[in-house]
Design a protein around this ligand. Sequence first.
Ligand SMILES: Nc1ncnc2c1ncn2[C@@H]1O[C@H](COP(=O)(O)OP(=O)(O)OP(=O)(O)O)[C@@H](O)[C@H]1O
Length: 329
Amino acid sequence: MSGRAAENGQPVIQVTGLTKRFGDKTVVDGFDMTVPKGAIYGFLGPNGSGKTTTIRMMCGLLTPDAGDGHCLGYDILTESRRIKERVGYMTQRFSLYEDLSIRENLDFMARMYRLDRRRQRVGQALEELGLADRAGQLAGTLSGGWKQRLALAACLLHEPALLLLDEPTAGVDPKARRDFWDEIRGLSDRGVTVLVSTHYMDEAVQCDFIAYIAYGTKLIDAPAAAIPRQVGLATWKVEGPGLAELARTLAGAPGVEQIARFGAELHVSGTDAAALGATAQARAAAGPQRWTRQESGLEEVFIHLMAQSRDNFARDNAAPDGGAAGRRA
Ligand SMILES: Nc1ncnc2c1ncn2[C@@H]1O[C@H](COP(=O)(O)OP(=O)(O)OP(=O)(O)O)[C@@H](O)[C@H]1O
């Protein structure tokens, strides 16, 4: 496949069997994925589950121990240099030089990519950012939201076809998060493909597709809107007085696997819809709270997946004496 193939309706990324071991630990195991052009693909999962390692392998930034594939039409094993030229990478820590000015940061990035029309590109980025009249200000003096916008502008200078975002809005206020995602959506509309690793639900809901990874294995890979149905989790919303006490008495009741507080509501979920329904109806009849069956949201689903993968991991690693082998969750 040539570099142009990706522009002719073929997936931007297609990988199979990606596996990575660090020492005797397999952190990614037989990972397959296909990413369409312009998609925003979210990677979720517990800490240390292999999200970053997977994303880096998919883009040729890290060599897998097994598996192969293509990214942007290039072979991830033999043409990683070509891929890197077309990838923008924004890490959680904003990778800016705090003691350089806003303009100097952009100019440094433009030099790093050996870009032509450097002055023009930097000038245009400053205009688009709305920072042209503050170009001489030190980057370290910007607020979190502005630093993030500058970091994004810096990694877009070379007009990448693929953007990697690692928890991009951690520590940024809600307005700035919203603006940031509007910009990401705009890039996706223009055909830029985005891979984002996150723990935040408000980032997850912005994604077109979500892969959920637990301990090196992909458990879910689907359009975001299809995931609640695919996981098969039933949820009841409970409103009214005494929710804290109700939550205590519901623990362990038939069909109740998860109880989560959402503001003034309790969301009670489980995979056995019939058993949960019977419990809900019995409790509703006893009052005084109001019970309503509702669609499970992504947040409930991910709380469920997280708890389930922890339980599976503890079971699979249970020592002969019944204790769990140590590993960070
Ligand atoms: N270069 C490395 N050498 C040794 N172990 C590593 C290396 N990089 C990652 N790991 C280990 O591989 C596992 C997966 O790490 P990775 O960063 O991919 O997970 P993650 O899902 O992105 O985590 P987080 O959500 O915490 O960012 C972790 O146990 C991590 O400690």
